[in-house]
Design a protein around this ligand. Structure first.
Ligand SMILES: Nc1ncnc2c1ncn2[C@@H]1O[C@H](COP(=O)(O)OP(=O)(O)OP(=O)(O)O)[C@@H](O)[C@H]1O
Ligand SMILES: [Mg+2]
Length: 233
């Protein structure tokens, strides 16, 4: 299968300081891949570099939707979506307003209908401002906004950040269903490994800016010690 995203030897960081030191990773079309690792491992930095929001200091990042492209707006237009760890929503705008940004008026009803099928609670919240939504509802909306544009690659930074386990449990099947129905690849960053291992078919574990484990998730589920050892260095 051709790679949707291929990252080779990525070095990235802030100013002149690299915090990601040569990461290789790949996501194929329709595949859900987890990027795991402890605080400060470089997961967010990796996503930002892939999305074109941080420079690639060395190595290559190829998104098949836009070969050779590194400008973030062009990557986004070509089908690369990022849900950042702060969800990237506007407190003063309503749910409906978020879902109407950037979609064609004639396609809007269909697009909104589709995301509401994946995230039914949004249907009753259309006129509510984001600042008044719960954390779980905000995450649903952030995912819906990203999926509405039919991306070919969706990157989600910290799906479960600040959410109760029960809320996360309800989000995961929706995300899985959306991925299956749209065929988009997903790169899921998670600190809580068990959540990611449930949805993803493969996982990378990053520690101190390097990928230290790459494995099918069924092997990690069968032998959780591999993860524990990786996290503890
Ligand atoms: N804007 C920044 N300027 C300088 N250093 C930064 C900046 N953002 C992050 N870092 C540093 O880069 C390293 C990697 O951070 P990154 O946010 O990529 O980790 P992470 O794996 O996403 O961690 P977490 O699980 O806590 O979100 C850390 O040492 C962090 O302190
Ligand atoms: Mg992070």
């Amino acid at each position: 299968m051709t790679a949707l995203l291929k990252v080779d030897g990525l070095v990235a960081g802030y100013g002149r300081t690299a915090v990601v030191h040569g990461v290789d990773l790949q996501v194929d079309a329709g595949e859900v891949v987890a990027l795991l690792g402890p605080n400060g491992a470089g997961k967010t930095t990796t996503l930002l570099a892939v999305a074109g929001l941080l420079p690639v200091m060395d190595g290559t990042v190829e998104f098949s939707g836009a070969p050779g492209e590194r400008r973030p707006h062009r990557l986004a237009r070509a089908g690369l979506a990022l849900v950042p760890d702060d969800r990237g929503l506007f407190d003063s705008l309503t749910v409906a307003e978020h879902l109407s940004v950037g979609t064609d008026r004639k396609d809007r009803a269909r697009a909104v209908g589709r995301v509401v099928e994946w995230f039914p609670p949004l249907a009753g919240l259309m006129d509510r401002r984001v600042g008044l939504l719960s954390g779980g509802e905000q995450q649903m909306l952030a995912l819906a906004v990203a999926l509405e544009r039919s991306p070919s690659l969706l990157m989600v930074d910290e799906l479960s950040l600040g959410l109760a386990p029960l809320v996360v449990r309800s989000l995961v099947p929706s995300l899985q269903r959306a991925a299956e129905e749209t065929g988009c690849g997903i790169l899921l960053v998670e600190q809580h490994a068990h959540v990611a291992l449930e949805v993803a078919s493969r996982a990378y574990v990053m520690v101190h800016g390097n990928v230290v484990v790459e494995s099918p998730t069924d092997e990690l589920r069968a032998d959780p010690d591999v993860l524990t050892r990786a996290y503890l260095g």
